[in-house]
Design a binder for this molecule. Structure first.
Ligand code: IPE
Ligand code: IPE
Ligand code: MG
Length: 241
């Protein structure tokens, strides 16, 4: 997106990206297994997606599974795959009704073939919707994305002097999606964890100690309120100075 179009404090962010963190601690604090936290986290998806539609956010990117999350115990990884499958089965019709277009960023090739296929079908099914573009980052890593972009540029014979900011952006999984204006991380962790490392170069960050399953519409509204008061400078000096 052009820098000028997003620095007005009145604007709500065109693109919000969320690191949905804290499911495990949410569960442990209730004496439940971690997977119960992941299930609770998916219940919260509906609330936040509906709120984004209501607030007229155009793009929402959700970090659901990182390239590093394969390092978790096998049972948890399997549970997270099952949850993705269940969410598509349960929520696709409702998302479609709300005008949500599903996209995926990351690599699908490591998923079992039936799940891979299910994700592709959900993308195809919702491709003409335009109320909200929902990008699901699943098996996504910012570094992996850049490596993948470099590989494709080399394969396509791109010359060194043809490489530019814009060209790199076009080779990323997020090609065509404006950079996130606001990145939210729940659960109190203050780090990026390999999320949108290129696209987030000038994003505003909002951190909250709330665990993801408890991050609802009200807290999203608070984040938007805080965003309104941010002054985005993009390295420039404001005109009034
Ligand atoms: C975020 O919750 C969901 C995923 C990473 C899949 P976590 O599972 O990281 O929860 P915590 O951080 O351990 O509490
Ligand atoms: C980031 O959370 C990944 C997702 C939310 C999907 P993690 O819980 O995996 O990140 P770290 O380990 O705290 O950095
Ligand atoms: Mg975590």
């Amino acid at each position: 997106m052009s820098k000028e179009s997003s620095n007005s404090p009145e604007r709500i962010p065109t693109h919000i990206a969320i690191i949905m963190d804290g499911n495990g601690r949410w569960a442990l604090s209730r004496g439940l297994p971690r997977l119960a936290g992941h299930r609770a986290g998916t219940e919260n998806l509906r609330r936040v997606i509906e709120a984004c539609v209501e607030f007229d956010v155009k793009y929402l990117t959700l970090y659901a599974f990182s390239t590093e999350n394969w390092g978790r115990p096998l049972e948890e990884v399997r549970g997270l795959m099952r949850i993705l499958e269940d969410v598509i089965d349960r929520e696709l019709q409702e998302l479609h009704k709300q005008g949500v277009q599903l996209r995926h960023i990351g690599r699908l090739d490591r998923l079992k073939p039936s799940l891979h296929q299910k994700v592709l079908e959900a993308i195809e099914y919702t491709k003409d919707n335009d109320r909200l573009i929902l990008c699901v980052a699943f098996n996504y890593g910012g570094r992996d994305e850049i490596v993948c972009a470099i590989q494709h540029m080399i394969e396509n014979g791109v010359k060194p002097d043809e490489v530019s900011d814009e060209l790199v952006s076009q080779y990323l999984f997020t090609a065509g999606v404006p950079d996130p204006d606001l990145i939210i991380r729940t659960s109190g962790e203050l780090r990026g964890s390999n999320f949108l490392i290129w696209q987030g170069a000038y994003s505003e960050w909002y951190f909250t100690p709330t665990f993801w399953p408890d991050f609802g519409k009200e807290e999203l509204a608070r984040a938007l309120e805080e965003y309104k008061h941010r002054q985005r400078r993009f390295g420039h000096v404001p005109e009034s100075v």
